[in-house]
Design a protein around this ligand. Structure first.
Ligand code: GRF
Length: 206
């Protein structure tokens, strides 16, 4: 059977972009079934954008401060993303909430990765809050973005043990190793097998 046209991924980043890199590397193999067609960011001078440029992937940056309101930023960002005709929009370490314009254009086709086991420790400080709480197991979650903060239907989760000697940094780095593999595996399955969202339950396959 010939390979179908690879699915189009647009990835949004705010930082080092190691999750983005994992997707770029996976997509080198045509059997992966997807390629990264554009990378967007809410700030410049970040490693994530450098990674995209190195791979020859178009980039765009829109900072909230360049717009008169958050809604205008949301609309402009969504409009630019739409121009790349994504099949799936991947938020990979993107530190902004996307709003209504994203939901109406791409609802059900936006995934985000979070460095904690949802519904525990939503928000920006998952690893720090897990460590402070004293949990012995934390991990990472891939979910379909809804209106909430890290509340959407869960696509995949992977556990990571908390070690006695962990700092926030060491814990987050270990989570990120597992998170990258989870992201690559799940996004690949989503584009190759399709997926359904039934209430809170996400299943691969159609
Ligand atoms: C990831 O752990 C992501 O879940 C969190 O920030 C990290 C981003 O890492 N929100 P990177 O930019 O992909 O290296």
């Amino acid at each position: 059977m010939s390979n179908p046209t690879p699915a189009r991924l647009v990835v949004l980043v705010s930082g080092s972009g190691t999750n983005l890199q994992a997707l770029i590397d996976a997509a080198d193999d045509p059997s992966y079934g997807a390629r990264v067609v554009a990378v967007g960011a809410d700030r410049d001078d970040i490693e994530g954008l450098v990674r995209a440029e190195r791979a020859g992937i178009p980039t765009f940056v829109k900072k909230v401060g360049q717009f008169t309101s958050r809604e205008h930023w949301d609309r402009a960002m969504a409009e630019t993303v739409a121009g790349f005709e994504p099949d799936l929009l991947v938020l990979a370490g993107f530190m902004k909430l996307v709003g209504g314009e994203f939901q109406s254009r791409f609802g059900g086709r936006i995934v985000n990765t979070h460095p904690a086991l949802s519904p525990s420790f939503p928000g920006m400080h998952g690893p720090a809050e897990a460590l402070a709480y004293g949990v012995k197991v934390t991990g990472c979650t891939l979910f379909v973005v809804d209106e909430g903060v890290d509340t959407g239907p869960i696509v995949a989760q992977e556990p990571v043990r908390v070690e006695d000697a962990d700092t926030v940094e060491s814990l987050h780095e270990r989570i990120k190793v597992v998170e990258r593999a989870m992201l690559v595996d799940s996004v690949g399955r989503m584009v190759r097998e399709g997926f359904t969202i039934d209430g809170r339950r996400v299943r691969f396959g159609t």
